[in-house]
Design a protein around this ligand. Structure first.
Ligand code: 6PG
Length: 470
């Protein structure tokens, strides 16, 4: 093995690929990147830190030949067909034992298919979730690897070096078999959708209470110094202050309210129903982005149904505290639903996802990082096999401490006609989850009444059917 060979290769030198590769080089690894676009290969080399070994090439075979074996290659290309295309073009170039990593947001079922396909050829394929956006990729993302544990051993030192660190601990760990890495990233994104929706509902409520952009900035900034400390609350505080170059108004006020999405939130909802596991805050967040797209209809409906534009008649200070508590409550519920989904999926799909490691990896670098994840890390330390973090007594006392204010906010929203579906949904889930005997016995009776679907009894075991008195 020649010393001139590179440690790590990247396919796709877009924003994420370039930054992740530069980050890798900064940690002492020699790196080579491939992109057909010469502007991108040049941009990679130009951005390299002095003294690091970084090369950009426009020829894939040229790159593969210059890697140490077993080759460690990552691709950061759009999910879907581009990933399959890269695999096909790599196949004639790689050898048994080489490791191909997909660091994009691929659907885990595609990852499963690719793992099997490449395993037959003796190649390790790993689906690895990478979170943290452009900045995270450059300075330390949260990394969620899944796949062959044997292949992970080869890339572990590199991934640990480039990941974010919390208290000196790397935000990367082996998160399970087959498609587990992409599964965990998908659920991460579902939680991301939920928390973003909750923050946007907090904004609506506080706006209706009369807070200006400056006051909203101050409020979120203060929240970020306490129990709600998180990346998303932090950037929200900044957003309220940003001025628009064109109008000199606050930029947020001139941004269209139609929200986009690339689909990972929707995948989380879809997959939750397959399992099944209930993640209604995530479902609601996906639905609200969809409703945001009904702009023309909403304009008509706001006239037809007299949209509530009124300023809330509340004590501002008290209401800010109530919204703070509701956001805390619903954020815990969002994590709880996502983690419960991982718990179930891990068993159903035999992925062996270690939840204590998942929350630990999410503590730094990723979009949903927050101090709450430290609390969950402690909870899982005590009971690693928790099916739902709401069953942890420490988490329960946090939830109970903010329950009354959550009810106050949800009531206020309902009475005033302010849209707060994710808050309502989190409370509704909570109330159902803590109900010992639900009234779904009636649903069973109805099913048996009209369709002879049978039911179970509380007093005698077995399956029963009744000829109901019509
Ligand atoms: C991350 C993000 C990222 C995601 C964007 C956009 O962890 O860095 O989750 O992977 O692609 O947040 O997602 P949407 O376009 O679907 O909102």
């Amino acid at each position: 093995m020649s010393n001139n060979l590179f440690d790590f290769g990247m396919i796709g030198l877009g924003v994420m690929g370039r930054n992740l590769l530069l980050n890798t080089a900064d940690h002492g690894f020699s790196v080579i990147g491939f992109d057909k676009d010469l502007i991108k290969t040049a941009a990679l080399e130009a951005a390299a830190t002095e003294g690091t070994t970084v090369k950009g090439v426009p020829d894939l075979a040229h790159m593969v030949q210059q890697l140490q074996t077993p080759r460690k290659l990552m691709m950061l290309v759009p999910a879907g067909k581009p990933v399959d295309d890269v695999i096909e073009s790599l196949l004639p170039l790689v050898e048994k034992g080489d490791i191909i990593i997909d660091g994009g947001n691929s659907h885990y079922t595609d990852t499963l298919r690719r793992v099997k396909y490449l395993r037959e050829k003796g190649i390790h394929f790993m689906g690895v979730g990478v979170s943290g956006g452009e900045q995270g990729a450059r300075t330390g993302p949260s990394i969620m690897p899944g796949g062959d544990v044997e292949a992970y051993a080869h890339v572990k030192p590199l991934l640990e070096a480039i990941s974010a660190k919390v208290n000196g601990e790397p935000c990367v760990a082996y998160l399970g078999k087959e498609g587990a890495g992409h599964y965990v990233k998908m659920v991460h994104n579902g939680i991301e959708y939920a928390i973003m929706q909750l923050i946007s509902e907090s904004y609506t409520l506080l706006k209706h209470a009369g807070l200006s952009n400056d006051e909203l900035h101050e409020t979120f900034k203060k929240w970020n110094e306490g129990a709600l400390q998180s990346f998303l609350v932090e950037i929200t505080a900044d957003i309220f202050l940003q001025n628009d170059d064109k109008t000199r108004a606050r930029l947020l006020d001139v941004i269209s309210d139609k929200a986009g999405s690339k689909g990972t939130g929707k995948w989380t909802s879809q997959d939750s129903m397959e399992l099944p596991v209930a993640v209604p805050v995530i479902d609601t967040a996906v639905a609200m982005r969809t409703i945001s797209g009904y702009k023309d209809e909403r304009v008509k409906a706001s006239v037809l149904y007299n949209e509530s534009g009124a300023t809330l008649d509340v004590s501002t200070e008290e209401f800010i505290k109530q919204v703070h508590d509701a956001l805390y409550f619903a954020t815990i519920l969002s994590y709880a639903q996502g983690l419960a989904m991982l718990y179930q999926a891990s068993k159903e799909l035999a992925m062996d996802i270690p939840l204590p490691e998942v929350v630990s990896v999410w503590r730094g670098g990723c979009i949903i990082r927050s101090t709450l994840l430290e609390t969950f890390t402690q909870a899982y330390k005590q009971s690693p096999d928790l099916s739902n973090i709401l069953l942890d007594s420490g988490v329960a006392s946090l939830v109970k401490s903010v329950e009354a204010n959550t009810r106050a906010v949800v009531s206020q929203a309902a009475l005033s006609g302010i849209p707060a579906a994710a808050f309502m949904s989190s409370l509704a889930y909570f109330d159902a989850y803590r109900t010992e005997r639900m009234t779904t016995n009636l649903i069973q009776a109805q099913r048996d009444y009209f369709g002879a679907h049978t039911y179970q009894r509380t007093d005698i075991s077995g399956t029963f059917h009744t000829e109901w008195n019509h």
